[in-house]
Design a protein around this ligand. Structure first.
Ligand code: CA
Length: 161
């Protein structure tokens, strides 16, 4: 189950509030962090479906936060970067960022990117979960648990069968 909680690590209060208001209207729950340290602390205490991460942050910068997150999680991360700021796309992707968006951005565009990423990560986790299952019409064979279902009814079989 993928949570709909989003962690926003951004030191500009105005941007944080804009993101929070817009995403909460779209049924996401938004947790805010105002600097890198707070972001890492909040990351550790909960599960998020996505992290929005500013590059220029007080205490611990966005790159370092991203590195720390990647040591323990493959949660999707969207980098927030200011216009005119030197943002190295390749560096970001190398560190494991999934996407980036340039400030000022419209909350509508941000939401579209969030939805696209969540959809993508759902597909991947579905594939991982279903790869050991063979389905043909009403027949469902789970090779991992060695269970055969017809019409959702379990069929008793010997291992060889
Ligand atoms: Ca900033």
């Amino acid at each position: 189950m993928i949570s709909s909680k989003i962690l926003v690590i951004e030191d500009e209060k105005r941007i944080r509030e804009m993101i929070k208001e817009y995403l909460e209207n779209s049924d996401f729950k938004v947790i805010e962090a105002a600097d890198g340290n707070e972001g890492l602390e909040k990351f550790d205490i909960d599960d998020y479906s996505i992290v929005l991460l500013d590059v220029m942050l007080p205490t611990v910068d966005g790159w370092t936060v991203l590195r720390e997150i990647r040591k323990k999680s493959d949660v999707p991360v969207i980098m927030l970067t200011a216009r005119g700021e030197e943002y190295d796309k390749l560096f970001g992707f190398e560190l494991g960022a999934d996407d980036y968006i340039v400030k000022p951005f419209s909350p509508k565009e941000l939401l579209a990117r969030i939805k696209a990423i969540i959809k993508r990560s759902r597909k991947v986790s579905d594939l991982l979960n279903e790869s050991n299952i063979f389905i043909y019409k009403d027949l469902k064979v789970n090779f991992e648990s060695r269970k055969v279902n017809i019409n959702e009814i379990n069929v008793d079989m010997t291992p060889k069968e």
